[in-house]
Design a protein around this ligand. Sequence first.
Ligand SMILES: Nc1nc2c(ncn2[C@@H]2O[C@H](COP(=O)(O)OP(=O)(O)OP(=O)(O)O)[C@@H](O)[C@H]2O)c(=O)[nH]1
Ligand SMILES: [Mg+2]
Length: 383
Amino acid sequence: MTDLRAELEDFLKGLQSPNILLIGRTGVGKSTLINSVFGKNIAKAGAGLPVTQYFQKYSRPLEEGVPITLYDSAGFETDKAQDFVKGTFDFLNSQRTKGKEEQIHLAWYVVDASSARFEYFERDLIDKLNSERIPVIIVLSQCDRASDEEITAILRVIEDFKFEKAYDVIQVAASPLIKNGKPTCEPFGLEELVEKTAELLPKAYVDAFIAAQVVNIKAKRLVAWMYISSAALLCFGAGYIPLPFTTPIASFISQGELCFRLAALFGYKDLKGLPDILKTVRSSKEGRITFWATMITDLFVGEPITSTIAGATAATFNCVVGLALAATFEELAKRELEGMNQEEIERLLQQIFKQKFDKYRNDIRIKKKEDLENIKGSYLEGS
Ligand SMILES: Nc1nc2c(ncn2[C@@H]2O[C@H](COP(=O)(O)OP(=O)(O)OP(=O)(O)O)[C@@H](O)[C@H]2O)c(=O)[nH]1
Ligand SMILES: [Mg+2]
């Protein structure tokens, strides 16, 4: 138990967490955007830590899950624009002197779609961020309340500024207008914003970013698949070949690590039931002997057991466990968003895992590395 806790702590500490800067005028929707993308009201009113006159810091600490840091600019007004620009670059410089972990890794420049306001100094600010190697995404906010004409107009204004490079402009409605107690449309653009951000962030920070956001499940699946397939591929690697009836499963790959990576990716860190799941997988008869025996008979009827067969069986096992875990956490995350509380989630954990495990155990057979490609396709496209 303590080993597993330590494994999780190590994993989370090893994740490099991104620092994202948000800039935009007062009221464009920066705080709303933060809360929509990262959930759980990170940017609670008044909860940010002022770091300078212009920037507030919102961090999710390690105790609460995958760490992420957002710097939200106090909205600026045009009459103070030059002070704000100076304040921004002073801030960037001071972060830089604090070392790699404190630097800003990417910026969202938020513009209200219906405002028709975008000025020269904003262009210069964006180009300057870019020249300091900070990727910038222009977020056109509150698009649900802007007319098509307004959106076209602001896009044209932005285009006419002839930036040094063509920045990505993403149309977003983070929290659509409510009429008669109902939202006038579904939120949109957030998944795309996440995808673009993951594309532009330095690679080392992508895992933590994808884990921290809650709006793009496909992106989470893609990262989940990277973890699962690498655990499966390991089984084919020379020198890493388990002999099924002699080697305990837990010794050739850390299922603990796979489990915690996947849990953190879908937003879980402190589920008390996690070690139990792993114990089930590691020690039950189902999880071991029966599993191996069925797989081997299914996959390689009548062939003598060789290291290739052992590798393929182990790969199948890792894939089944990994996919069952990922599907379980995804399902729980969905239920949590729908309002389920932590206690109920704990209660459902074992039950859902068992269902998913049985399903994948019947479906998945890997004889060779190439089989992973088909599994990837159906996992990523599955509903
Ligand atoms: N219709 C609509 N309203 C939104 C959207 N996003 C934010 N708002 C509303 O716009 C107002 C301002 O949003 P905030 O998120 O507080 O804006 P901010 O940029 O953080 O503002 P400052 O912190 O003052 O700079 C709030 O009333 C939000 O409910 C959106 O996508 N659609
Ligand atoms: Mg705000």
